[in-house]
Ligand binder design. Structure first.
Ligand code: RP5
Ligand code: MG
Ligand code: MG
Length: 279
């Protein structure tokens, strides 16, 4: 696998902290590198110790590599190393130690719902791309408030939460603004999307995410699942409304040229291959 790149972005998100530059050939922990002098950083929002965050490791030694109470500290990447009480990023050096913006030491589990439909013309016929001659997929994309990048409307798996629920909940919160809906509106939204989300979907990806918030000791992992509205008459008809950490929401053509947050472009590539769509 290519060494993580966004996990080495020079400027750490939401801060003026600069990562220690890590060249490609020094990413792997097996490369001896005595000069490596990463910056230690844990964001103020994490130091405040909200419910979703772990305390500092000098007062806290959780059960790494296991399901620790309700918190899943296992990694899809296999067993990770713990050095001096701190887990080591399975993809190698990032130029920064500590939790950064992430709540958990070690893996931080998220879920990414990739909701797709075919792009159609006014008569409902599939539109084929002029270069690839393949039909074009569209997916529900949100513009993240934190960085302004377009992304899949994903989010963190709550302690003890089933991933299938996280997928539907995060989609509802970020793309349908369920958090601002009245209880009866929320019930209606639930009613209208639950059919699609009840289907198993297509498991696109399970594993490490190359997220700009990653550190040497804390990183994102996800389960990305594609829910495809083949006939275009379920989710496609829903009014999209951005909510929670989403600033905007819209159907976006699936295309390799469209830049997306973290590893999300890779996930969409896998979806387009599976659906034999343009990429
Ligand atoms: C990414 O961060 C995941 O792929 C997921 O889309 C997202 C989860 O974090 P928040 O949206 O909750 O910030 O790594
Ligand atoms: Mg969210
Ligand atoms: Mg989110």
């Amino acid at each position: 696998a290519a060494p993580h790149a966004k996990s080495r972005c020079p400027q750490y998100p939401g801060s003026d902290i600069k990562r220690f530059p890590v060249p490609d050939d020094k990413v792997d922990w097996s490369q001896n590198w005595p000069e490596y002098d990463p910056v230690s950083y844990t964001a103020p929002s994490v130091l405040k110790m909200p419910a979703w965050a772990d305390p500092d490791t000098d007062s806290f030694s959780p059960q790494f590599n296991t399901v620790d109470g309700a918190v899943d500290r296992t990694s899809f990447e296999g067993s990770y190393k713990v050095e001096k009480g701190k887990p080591l990023n399975p993809r190698g050096r990032t130029g920064l130690t500590g939790q950064g913006l992430l709540g958990r030491w070690g893996p931080n589990h998220a879920a990414d719902p990739i909701v797709t439909r075919w792009k159609v013309d006014a008569k409902g016929a599939k539109i084929h791309h002029s270069d690839s001659k393949q039909p074009v997929l569209q997916f529900v994309s949100i513009k993240r408030k934190d960085c302004g990048e377009w992304a899949i409307p994903g989010g963190m798996v709550d302690p003890g939460e089933q991933v299938s629920l996280t997928l539907q909940r995060e989609f509802s919160e970020e793309a349908l603004n369920s958090l601002s809906a009245t209880p009866s509106e929320r019930a209606e939204l639930y009613e209208r999307i639950t059919q699609l989300f009840k289907s198993p979907g297509f498991l696109v990806y399970k594993g490490y995410v190359d997220d700009p918030r990653n550190t040497d000791n804390a990183w994102m992992e996800t389960v990305a699942v594609n829910f495809h509205d083949e006939s275009g008459n379920s989710v496609s008809e829903l009014p999209l409304q951005a909510g929670d950490d989403a600033g905007q929401v819209q159907w976006v053509d699936v295309d390799s040229a469209f830049p997306l947050y973290a590893s999300h472009s890779h996930f969409l590539e896998l979806v387009s291959k599976e659906r034999k769509a343009h990429w």
